[in-house]
Ligand binder design. Structure first.
Ligand SMILES: [Zn+2]
Length: 424
């Protein structure tokens, strides 16, 4: 989140006992947060960063006394804080309301085949604790569920937080997810089929659990506090070993009839191409994903390569390696151009560990999108490239909890909206 809030100051006409009266439990405020007018006020405060009661009344179209009553309740519970702007010339400075980022915390977990990354974030999605656990999770959902319970407890303890301050846990994993049940219908990467995730963890930890496809968690995070905060239609592309797509249409995640939308990496682009991990031949991922690149470079170099060695060859400008990498970038760009011709998003966000290949991989992607999309759609498209590590996936999962806890249904544009409140 890129907001910076003014320092907390309290003018004399608004004595500020809120820190002293902060509650023991933010989770105890859940019933309050289910009030539609309260969530509307929270959403407006969150979007503004800092906002006066008068401006809240204007934007929410609620009456001034209603806004004041809601603000008092949220101040009493320590969720909002008051502060003043810098003293202006003449008159008293307006009192602004902000969300106290330390009023509550959320846990985010990214599951991989070889372990999990866990983060604890405050309400501004700032990380206060990170931990890694390495253990094999392929074909072993029982181990994964047990590990999640242990890691959540450990992370909360290491962050020195009372459990009552933790709003819930978000979990992201690769696969087709039933978000209502909190279950994984199928994950090729983990080799899981029909695994209940949320319910057993919720029983043990006694806190709300949300589960979502990992690429979709990134789309949620981008919408919640990232580059796509204001966007209505956007796509998030992840590049790495796998190639995934999170699709947001009309501010809603597009999951498809079976929750399987966005399997962009498994579009077949060369039917006689190499075998893909999914068992078919010539999928995009099997041609331009990181493993495919490494295999091609290993063939050209006549030796096996670590990931570091592969990246070093790119950085050193090895001619045959660059040709392989740029060619892959062009193919990925063409596939993206076709997708963008179909969906016409306003923004494309490219992220994932594959961005480590740098401009030699990404520049051909961008130029192909610009040149090969229908009409002027590709030229006006906003393209953002984000380079980050494994933690970002877990922060995305943490954003699920923030969205579910604080978003206002008033901002929903459809029943499947990205702000949809799931029945947890
Ligand atoms: Zn495939």
């Amino acid at each position: 989140m890129n907001r910076s809030l003014p320092t907390s100051q309290h003018p004399p006409e608004f004595p500020s006992p809120q820190r002293a009266r902060r509650p023991e439990s933010i989770r105890g405020s859940r019933s309050l947060l289910r009030d539609l007018n309260v969530t509307l006020v929270m959403e407006l405060v969150r979007r503004a960063g800092a906002i006066s009661r008068a401006e809240l009344a204007r934007q929410s179209q609620l009456s001034a006394p209603t806004v004041s009553t809601i603000a008092e309740k949220l101040l009493t519970r320590g969720i909002l804080i008051e502060h003043s702007t810098a003293p202006s010339s003449g008159g008293r400075p307006p009192v602004l309301l902000s969300i106290d980022p330390k009023a509550g915390y959320v846990v985010g977990i990214k599951l991989r085949g070889d372990g999990l990354t866990t983060v604890v974030c405050d309400l501004d999605t700032q990380i206060v604790e990170t931990q890694e656990l390495h253990l094999p999770l392929v074909r072993d959902p029982t181990a994964a569920i047990h590990a999640i319970e242990v890691e959540v407890r450990r992370a909360i303890r290491n962050a020195h937080l009372p459990r009552s301050k933790v709003l819930g846990v978000g979990i992201g994993l690769s696969g087709i997810i039933d978000t209502d049940r909190g279950a994984c219908n199928f994950s090729h990467l983990l080799q899981w089929r029909d695994v209940e995730i949320a319910e057993p963890i919720r029983r043990h930890l006694g806190m709300p659990i949300w589960v979502e496809n990992d690429v979709n968690t990134l789309a949620v995070a981008e919408k919640w506090s990232g580059d796509a905060n204001e966007a209505r239609d956007f796509v998030v592309l992840t590049v790495g070993r796998g190639i995934g797509l999170g699709i947001v249409i009309d501010r809603a995640l597009y999951r498809g009839a079976n929750g399987a939308a966005g399997e962009f990496g498994h579009m077949i682009i060369e039917p006689s191409g190499p075998k893909c991990e999914c068992g078919r031949f010539g999928c995009l991922e099997a041609i331009v994903g990181e493993d495919a690149l490494r295999r091609k470079v290993e063939e050209s170099q006549g030796r096996s390569l670590s990931r570091g060695e592969l990246l070093s060859l790119v950085a050193a400008g090895d001619v045959s390696t660059l040709e392989i990498v740029r060619n892959a970038g062009r193919k990925l760009g063409l596939a993206l151009a076709n997708m963008i011709t179909l969906l016409n998003p306003e923004m494309l966000i490219i992220c994932g560990e594959g961005t480590d290949f740098g401009p030699d991989y990404l520049d051909p992607v961008v130029s192909s999108v610009r040149e090969q999309t229908f009409a002027d759609v590709g030229r006006t498209l906003e393209i953002k490239i984000q380079r980050w590590g494994d933690e970002a996936w877990a922060v995305g999962a943490a954003a699920l909890v923030l969205r579910e806890s604080f978003s206002s249904p008033k901002f929903e544009e459809s029943n499947n909206a990205i702000w949809h409140r799931s029945p947890t």
